[in-house]
Design a protein around this ligand. Structure first.
Ligand code: SF4
Ligand code: SF4
Length: 75
């Protein structure tokens, strides 16, 4: 039973950024209600806190150049 609930609470995957195409505009950071993303345009740095991320996908929809994706966990 505990195993069942553990599986339900698991996230479907992790958000990944294709940093070869990311333009560090910060739109993903602004749209994240959980403050999971930090973008530093000057230093071209993009960091995500997977503990804070809820995998809602809002940042993926907001990214103007489709650099973000959800990498699905394979059981
Ligand atoms: S919205 Fe897309 S292009 Fe802009 S910083 Fe985030 S990942 Fe990079
Ligand atoms: S998927 Fe949702 S919670 Fe995770 S970083 Fe994107 S906007 Fe934030």
């Amino acid at each position: 039973m505990l195993h069942f609930f553990h599986r339900l609470l698991q996230k479907p995957g992790i958000i990944k950024n294709d940093t070869r195409t990311c333009i560090y505009c910060g739109k993903c950071q602004k749209t994240c209600h959980h403050k999971a993303i930090n973008v530093d345009k000057k230093n071209k740095a993009w960091v995500i806190d997977h503990e804070k991320c809820h995998c809602c996908g809002h940042c993926i929809k907001k990214c103007p150049i489709h650099a973000l994706m959800l990498e699905i966990n394979i059981p």
